[in-house]
Design a protein around this ligand. Structure first.
Ligand SMILES: Cc1ncc(C[n+]2csc(CCOP(=O)(O)OP(=O)(O)O)c2C)c(N)n1
Ligand code: SF4
Length: 249
């Protein structure tokens, strides 16, 4: 019988260790499906970051190198330059990529390193208890700002995709959300395109995926998805911030 739905070859049978309603599992699946579809499993290396997805090496049936917190793109740069035939991707949360790792992020993008970045924006530092992140929304209550983010004190949330899209050496920058089946299908196309851009040698590609972290929002999984839809998407518009050359918009 023809199988209509199954586990991608790129995923092991280890269960995801994430909270109910966490978007990391969906993102892992999209990455695994893209690698399977492109037939690049044997030459793909993941650089995992520090955060809730720190143990993604258990779930990806790939070579995985653990970067120190925020240093994923420095590690990925070394790997890609030493072995340009490999497909290198980083998998990073917003605390990792946009706080401690912002320097690495901006400079890898400015250099146009031929790396694929999967950027999970859940608007908090998830793993460490829901502290304010650079992406936390104005007024959003976090464990470190119980009165809500006040821009006059801690600044405004950073739109990472827009920031990187204006750098001349970036090749493809997009933002999608993991909230509804339709949006997940759009995210699926964006993730695959981010790998295709690297395979074609076009340069730096990043897909930001708006994600839910229910326990740190103090919401149930459905409410958390609704929060991403109604609060995050208006601040972080979806779509291609920098379309890839030769790809459908
Ligand atoms: C150098 C260093 N500083 C701080 C930490 C503590 N730390 C571990 S995970 C984490 C936050 C990760 O948040 P994010 O990147 O948003 O990923 P999420 O857990 O939300 O998926 C922090 C601050 C660390 N491990 N190493
Ligand atoms: S704390 Fe948030 S990011 Fe971490 S596993 Fe739970 S839902 Fe996911």
């Amino acid at each position: 019988m023809r199988e209509l739905f199954g586990r991608p070859a790129c995923l092991t049978d280890e269960p995801f260790l994430y909270c109910p309603g966490c978007s990391h599992g969906i993102a892992h699946r999209l990455v695994a499906e893209a690698i399977d579809r492109l037939g690049i499993r044997g030459r793909t290396v993941c650089v995992s970051s520090i955060g809730c997805s720190v143990r993604c090496w258990r779930n990806f049936d790939l070579d995985v190198v653990q970067g120190a917190h925020g240093r994923g793109l420095a590690v990925a740069t070394g790997l890609k330059r030493a072995q340009p035939d490999k497909v290198i991707f980083t998998y990073q949360g917003d605390g990792d990529l946009a706080a401690i790792g912002m320097g690495e992020t901006i400079h890898a993008a400015a250099r146009g390193e031929a790396i694929t970045v999967i950027f999970i924006n859940n608007a908090v530092f998830g793993a460490t208890g829901g502290q304010l992140a650079p992406t936390t929304l104005v007024g959003q209550v976090t464990s470190t700002y119980p009165g809500g983010r006040d821009p006059s004190w801690v600044g405004w949330p950073i739109r990472v995709a827009e920031l990187l899209a204006q750098l001349p050496a970036t090749a493809y920058i997009a933002r999608e959300a993991l909230t509804t089946p339709q949006r997940v299908l759009r995210a699926r196309r964006a993730v695959q395109l981010a790998f295709e851009v690297q395979i074609k040698g076009q340069g730096f590609a990043l897909v930001e995926l708006l994600a839910a972290c229910p326990p740190n929002l103090k919401l149930d999984p459905v409410q958390a998805l609704n929060w991403v839809e109604t609060k995050m998407i208006p601040h972080y518009p979806l779509g291609q911030l920098k379309p890839a050359k030769g790809a459908a918009r």
